[in-house]
Ligand binder design. Structure first.
Ligand code: UDP
Ligand code: MG
Length: 314
């Protein structure tokens, strides 16, 4: 018998939780036929919801005190923190991370378990094949993000990979050993290495509720990922600085040579001077901004604040 822990982050998902439990239980029951092989452990994480999410979790725990557990945050800390809190609480031999909205099809679980047990993988991830119900511009921005981050960072981040994955205990322990406060899971899961394979599936509509992401959040999430897993923006700042220094050296030589050769009084050129000053000022602020992004991350790390605060759990 293997214990499979299911980590389920929930933020205002009162409608989805019972549906999720029903659907996943059915899949697990089917996996236990004809011979029982899997014991499930549900870890629901309430990420500071303002609706009846916690009450739904408590009801499930009352009904299944052995298999259903929950941790409730003191406020909304974000999905990354919810994942960390959930992983921390798991005791299973295998651990799956799943969204509660059933966009991560539980029907894949038997196949994932099989890949780990029979083919020796440490982690089985999932990739969403198409982006149905998503605007074209959003799909384009997503694919651009993956191109950019894979170009810039040392870890490879599988395009369109979901957070939905099944991992071995060893894999999860390694992920939990990473102490960082800024947690970009997509990057962390691939940074730790191990043998990972991916399953592909058609994207699913949400079972209930609406997505928590808007364009602005997705954009800052992308920037976060790049800052957390790449120094390329810092190198870019160095390059931009070096190039403008080099160009100004050429300009200096030109001015000196002209002054020596034709005595040059050059009063003309006021507009171009202003443009140049603005340009240099802009480049400097741009590079300072990049530096600032990294410094703000360092600042957050050095405070050593907890990634989440659990208000109650069972
Ligand atoms: N979620 C969370 N904290 C947040 C936002 C989302 O725990 O601050 C959970 C949410 O309840 C869901 C999962 O993260 O289970 C994925 O969220 P969502 O479905 O909104 O994202 P999408 O599937 O649209 O990428
Ligand atoms: Mg979703």
């Amino acid at each position: 018998m293997k214990k499979v822990s299911l980590v389920v982050p929930c933020y205002n998902e009162e409608e989805s939780i019972p549906l999720f439990f029903q659907t996943v239980s059915k899949v697990i029951d089917a996996m236990n036929l004809p011979t029982p092989t899997i014991v499930p452990e549900y870890i629901f994480v309430d990420d500071g919801s303002s609706d009846n999410t916690l009450a739904e979790m408590k009801a499930l725990h009352e009904a299944h005190p052995e298999t259903v557990h929950y941790r409730s945050f003191s406020r909304n800390f974000g999905k990354e923190s919810a994942l960390a809190a959930g992983l921390q609480a798991t005791t299973g031999d295998y651990v799956a991370v799943m969204d509660v909205d059933l966009q991560d099809p539980p029907e894949l679980l038997p196949k994932m378990v099989k890949l780990i047990e029979e083919d020796g993988y440490d982690c089985v991830g999932t990739i969403q094949k198409d982006r149905r119900g998503q605007s074209r511009i959003r799909a384009f921005l997503s694919s651009s993000f993956y191109r950019v981050i894979n170009h810039l960072s040392d870890v490879r981040i599988e395009p369109n990979a979901r957070d939905y994955r099944l991992m071995t205990r060893q894999f999860v322990n390694t992920v939990l050993d990473l102490p960082e406060f800024n947690r970009f899971s997509k990057g962390i899961f691939s940074w730790v290495g191990y043998k990972t394979t991916y399953l592909t599936y058609e994207s699913q509509p949400r079972a209930a509720g609406t997505t928590h992401w808007n364009m602005r959040q997705l954009f800052s999430y992308s920037i976060e990922g790049i800052i957390d897993f790449s120094n390329a923006p810092l190198r870019l700042a160095t390059w931009v600085g070096s190039i403008s220094f080099f160009l100004s050296l050429i300009g200096l030589i030109f001015v000196v040579v002209r002054a020596l050769t034709n005595g040059g009084s050059s009063v003309a050129g006021w507009p171009s001077l202003v443009v140049i000053i603005l340009l240099i000022g802009g480049i400097q602020l741009f590079c300072l901004g990049i530096l600032g992004q990294y410094i703000s991350k360092i600042y957050l790390e050095t405070k050593h604040r907890p990634k989440y605060i659990v208000r109650e759990e069972k």
